[in-house]
Design a protein around this ligand. Sequence first.
Ligand code: M6R
Length: 608
Amino acid sequence: MCGIIGAVAERDVVPILIEGLKRLEYRGYDSAGLAVIDQQSLKSKKVSGKVAKLEQEIKDTLLSAPTGIAHTRWATHGKANYENAHPQISKELIALVHNGIVENYSKLRLQLEQWGYEFNSKTDTEVIVHLIHYHFNQSNDLLTAVRTSLQSIEGTYAIAVINPEVPGHLIAARHGSPLVIGIGIGEHFIASDIAALIPVTQKFIFLEDGDIVDLQRNSFKITNSGNPVKRAIHISQLQANAVERGQYRHYMYKEIFEQPQAIKNTIENRIHNSSILETIFGPSTHKLLKNINSVQIIACGTSYHAGLTGRYWIEKFAKIPCTVEIASEFRYRNPLPNSQTLVVTLSQSGETADTLAALNEAKQLGFGPSLAICNVPESAIVRMSDMVLMTHAGPEIGVASTKAFTTQLLSLLMLAVVLGKHNNMDHKIEHRIVDAINILPAQIENVLKLNSIIEQLAGDFADKQHALFLGRGIHYPIAMEGALKLKEISYIHAEAYPAGELKHGPLALVDSKMPVIAVAPNNILQEKLKSNLQEVQARGGQLYIFANHRAIMQELDYVKVIELGEVDDIISPIIYSIPLQLLAYYVALIKGTDVDKPRNLAKSVTVE
Ligand code: M6R
């Protein structure tokens, strides 16, 4: 999704803006641009395409300035072209970058056209910049002009605005889209994501909805509804090199191989004497979980698949009903509230607009306490929740989620135990789960050794248009996640089915050209699954079976078994997701797609 960075300093900010844009690239974008105030005149550069192209064009012009704003755009209104890229500029005076969506832009555009403004883009953003220009003409004060303009905007926004008539000022505001101030020494920054600012500061202030800030080199003033407000300063632990790719070819590959360490980090300080500590969710956990009689999980995409998996653990170990829903559906369904239902949001980024809105909706409706399982400590979802469990996976840059997913799974397993203890769970079961958790990093190391086998296997998929993924029970969501990974980065159409459902329709798709990938660990459903696989085999489908042992099925030209070895039943969903991540990665590599930034997708989906 779109990214914003801005700076007011004494030094030249152009290299800071470009570096910040590069650090925002992982979010997904299709055009980029910047505007600066150089000796009281506004200069801007935009490109359709990558930040590297913008950087090259800027080098050619020797642009340098102490105040500026920059943006990566992920197209919503209007194509990904030069005209629609940000900054949007009004009458060579006001330059603005914007994340979010202006819902009433058609009405505002008509009004502005009547006032004589000409539109050069198809963006919703352009109405904001002209409105600010209009109000600046009335008030001759940039802050007032921004505040007045925003009163007419319906929708979501994070904006940053500059005007060469007030050099050394940058006005920024947020409503529904994240925005953070970076505090430097004699300089200040603004960004949509702290990752953009880590090379220049570790001190941050997270703006809240309705906040407007007037940023200058040596000071800043935050107001909300016209009144001055104070916001806490946070010191981030994120290191600049934590978001670097190092010697790895892709972030996704690096992140797949970081999973043993990510899992260790998620476990650290959370288990004591073979017991999972309740306080890992925060100091008030005991009180908040005391009367819980059901769980509602809300998430999107990969996080939703983690939720679907977690449901099996919660119902099995905590013995309380759990429902899982896609956030964009939950928020409009008018669900029936229950004050004893724990609302669990799962989100890698903690900024997903639909998940945030669904959490808000659950709170408004009167659901019970909320718990966020999240990977970004300073994110909006974390700040909105009563309890929090950080996944500690470390920054995930590849758009296709990997280590965030497996650490979410582990977090849900720990949640199931904590809820179980409130429901008289036998200590022996807890100890058994803790033993399984403790061997997880080593088991992941083992399964990563399949790397070269899976690399070879990927060749079979390069010319395929479709693929079917099958699983049963708790491994059905793992099959769903495998299908999502393959479709996201290799652009092969992939669907997942519970294997028992095959004969109720999807079997019609099976022929010798259809690869069928089965997640088939050794558990009580394995025999049932084998019968389903026989149905595929009988119709000439190509089977790829991920199983504990080769013996699951006779290997033939069109039946390949990938042996994972002995895997503890409790943690097998976590282990079995890993070869599916590798499979998607290698297929994408052969197909030559942009693995870390697949087309049309964004890392953090901050619009509805
Ligand atoms: O940051 P979140 O976990 O809330 O993001 C949810 C989805 O957008 C995300 O999982 C998406 O499906 C990923 N691209 C999956 O690889």
